[in-house]
Design a protein around this ligand. Structure first.
Ligand code: IMP
Ligand code: MG
Length: 371
């Protein structure tokens, strides 16, 4: 385990504001490694007031002298990558030279895309071909980025011309040993292929397992930030114990602007679920928590929170018949006044048994505060 390295992992169903936390911390790290998933994720953060949405590249702006790594545990649609690299270079002209793609990553092909799009309804997938690409990898009939490199694939050549490097963990091993790494997970623990609400999950490891499977076992982080919002959301099908419906849901959705960054779908919304957060902590070894989007609840008189289920979740299957038991805690007028949010933050850290390290009360870097 490396004291220098840290990981950002989502606790619930994605969209916890991981991207903002990654970008906030990125200036302190030499390598920012995206360790799972693909174009299914929509990671939104802000650079000097400009909104940036990333799908494949790690969520760090390129204003600092660090490098972005797309790990071998990802599946990559080369067209999506080229588009994102070009967009990034429009803003940060030198960015491409600081992007590294592990050629052991697998490729999302046109066939995967078509097949996934035809079956979106089953899981509520994003239709980006992700599950089909991972399936072919496991079925030992996948195509690697390395195969495209050997074939002088046009898009890969174009990426190389822009300056993108294709290098494996092994070829960069000494570099990784000398410097520090921030690992960024996509999706989240409850969408993890092994520990999420299967079959309503994504197809990759969203927990620390994704770091192992990227070949970074020698660089495992000692600090693991579990990121949660002050409430919960989910896109796509599957159990969601604290879900709200009707007007209550509509109000919270509007307050939080909870619409998917990749598909534009309205997100399902609900209250904070502490048993699920504790499950995520145990499964993914969180050492610290980050609580985000507290500002969305500014002005609410009371904030409902689920403190336990009738039966604690010991397995992913337990989420399907969870009966959440709710309490409500006093709300706050202004989340930036730390004394007002203190009881809520204390409840979370006390129940989960690890410290809250950061709270986030807005979209800007300045809105993230050390707790
Ligand atoms: P897939 O990863 O596109 O196959 O989608 C599988 C499930 O994961 C669906 O319910 C998606 O809505 C959900 N999902 C995938 N990526 C994300 C994400 O980045 N944020 C939130 N939900 C996601
Ligand atoms: Mg998202």
């Amino acid at each position: 385990m490396s004291d220098r390295n840290a990981a950002i992992v989502g606790a619930f169903f994605g969209d916890e504001s991981k991207a903002r936390v990654t970008n906030y911390l990125a200036k302190n790290y030499k390598y920012i490694v995206r360790f799972n998933g693909s174009s299914n994720s929509g990671h939104t953060f802000y650079y000097r007031g400009t909104k940036i949405v990333r799908h494949l590249l790690p969520s760090a702006d390129f204003s600092h002298n660090n490098h972005a790594v797309l790990s071998s545990n990802m599946v990559i649609n080369p067209e999506d990558l080229l588009k994102e690299v070009r967009e990034t270079c429009d803003m940060f002209p030198e960015a491409a030279k600081r992007i590294i793609v592990d050629p052991n990553a697998f490729v999302i092909t046109q066939k995967h895309l078509e097949e996934d799009r035809a079956n979106v309804a089953r899981i509520g997938s994003t239709g980006k071909g992700v599950g089909c690409a991972y399936r072919d990898k496991i079925n030992r009939c996948g195509v690697r980025i390395n195969d495209l490199l050997k074939d002088n694939n046009e898009i890969i050549c174009e990426l190389q011309n822009l300056g993108v490097r294709f290098e494996s963990v092994l070829s960069l091993f000494d570099e990784f040993e000398m410097h520090n790494i921030l690992f960024e997970g996509a999706q989240s623990v409850l969408l993890d292929i092994n520990f999420g609400t299967y079959p309503f999950v994504t197809s990759s490891e969203c927990t620390l397992g994704g770091i192992f499977n990227s070949g970074f076992a020698a660089f495992m982080p000692s600090t693991v930030y579990g990121v949660t919002k002050a409430y919960s959301t989910r896109v796509g099908n599957g159990p969601f114990p604290t879900e709200l419906f009707g007007n209550e849901a509509e109000n919270l959705r509007k307050l939080g602007n909870e619409y998917g960054a990749t598909t534009g779908r309205p997100r399902r919304v609900g209250w904070l679920d502490l048993p699920a957060l504790e499950y995520a902590k145990k499964i993914s070894g969180f050492t610290h928590l980050v609580v985000a989007k507290l500002d969305i609840l500014d002005g609410l008189e009371r904030i409902p929170v689920c403190t336990h289920y009738q039966k604690d979740p010991h397995s992913p299957c337990d989420f399907f018949d969870a009966k959440p038991q709710m309490i409500s805690v006093p709300g706050w007028k202004n989340s930036k006044d730390t004394s007002q949010i203190k009881p809520f933050i204390k409840l979370i850290s006390k129940t989960i048994g690890i410290p809250v390290r950061y709270v986030s009360c807005g979209v800007k870097d300045e809105d993230i505060m050390l707790w």
